[in-house]
Design a protein around this ligand. Structure first.
Ligand code: AMP
Ligand code: MN
Ligand code: MN
Ligand code: MN
Length: 278
């Protein structure tokens, strides 16, 4: 069983890389990519755990991209994690995350959340500070009912805790991944709240920028969405990828490896000529 998209405490996941890999193995995953937001920091620990469990770990990352005043997520897979073009590029995003978190802390203080930045930084530990960390604080302080409520009322564009940020360009993100010898996959095409027109536009822009694959099966897609994504991939000659986007055991509707198999009529990203297990 293959799962090419999940998160650890190196970003907004709730399990450390060791526990994440152990859980993946227990659920029958044999090939796993750890794809934390804008960081490779979880990979060495995950690799060690994968070795213990006899599981194949694929180097992965989920890069935040600003495109047409929207955010896209580009999953990089099977790259050389020592490549400095990639690690330098990610370092700029990590710095942007820290300064965004500081500004979010200030804005959320005015909306009633005390000491947000320091507390989010503490929750994140050595990992990247993400909006879900602030969402957890908003829930813990009783300002929000749940994570979804926190995003809806505080953290989305136009809401009091939102801070706009310029992430990587699409060309840069794909370029960093290519330089490191990996493949670039447009993550969860149905996860952006786009209309069909914008989804197809994003797939076209991604293809034009040199992208290699499209996520077809995720932990939350319906079968009809997967058929749509399948057509998008065929239209643009993209390979297909699969990934649960697992973040936490509390997401009981979603499990590691809990994705439908890629239709055999679509070339798989792991059969791409650029794919090398690094
Ligand atoms: P960031 O990259 O810091 O802006 O955070 C984005 C992350 O927030 C995504 O990767 C999701 O994991 C998470 N997220 C987005 N919307 C929601 C939501 N409604 N409820 C819970 N988590 C969300
Ligand atoms: Mn996330
Ligand atoms: Mn994502
Ligand atoms: Mn993700």
């Amino acid at each position: 069983m293959i799962d090419l998209h999940c998160h650890s405490t190196a970003s907004d996941g709730r399990l450390n890389p060791t526990d994440l890999v152990a859980r993946a193995a227990a659920f029958g995953v044999t090939t796993l990519a750890l794809t934390d937001h804008d960081t490779l920091d979880g990979l060495p620990e995950a690799r060690h755990a994968a070795h213990e469990h006899g599981l194949t770990l694929i180097n992965g990352v989920e890069i935040s991209v600003s495109w047409q005043r929207r955010t896209l997520h580009i999953v990089g897979l099977a790259f050389d994690a020592e490549n400095t073009v990639l690690t330098d590029g990610l370092a700029t995003l990590q710095a942007a995350r820290t300064s965004r978190a500081e500004r979010m802390g200030h804005k959320l203080a005015r909306a009633g959340l005390a000491d947000g930045y320091a507390r989010a930084a503490e929750l994140a530990g050595a990992g990247q500070i993400t909006r879900p960390h602030f969402a957890r604080l908003l829930v813990a302080d009783g300002l929000c009912r749940d994570m979804n409520d926190a995003f809806k009322r505080y953290l989305r564009p136009g809401k009091p805790g939102h801070v706009g940020i310029e992430w990587a360009s699409l060309e840069d993100a794909i370029g960093w991944i290519e330089d490191a010898g990996g493949v670039a996959v447009l993550a969860h095409p149905f996860g952006y709240g786009f209309t069909g027109t914008w989804r197809r536009r994003a797939v076209a822009g991604f293809t034009q920028a040199g992208g290699h694959g499209l996520e077809i099966c995720t932990g939350t897609t319906h079968i009809d969405q997967e058929s749509q994504a399948h057509r998008d991939a065929r239209d643009h000659n993209l390979a297909g990828s699969v990934g649960s986007d697992f973040h936490a055991p509390e997401q009981i509707w979603l499990k590691l490896g809990g994705v439908r198999a890629l239709p055999s009529s679509l070339p798989a990203i792991w059969d791409h000529p650029r794919w090398s297990v690094g």
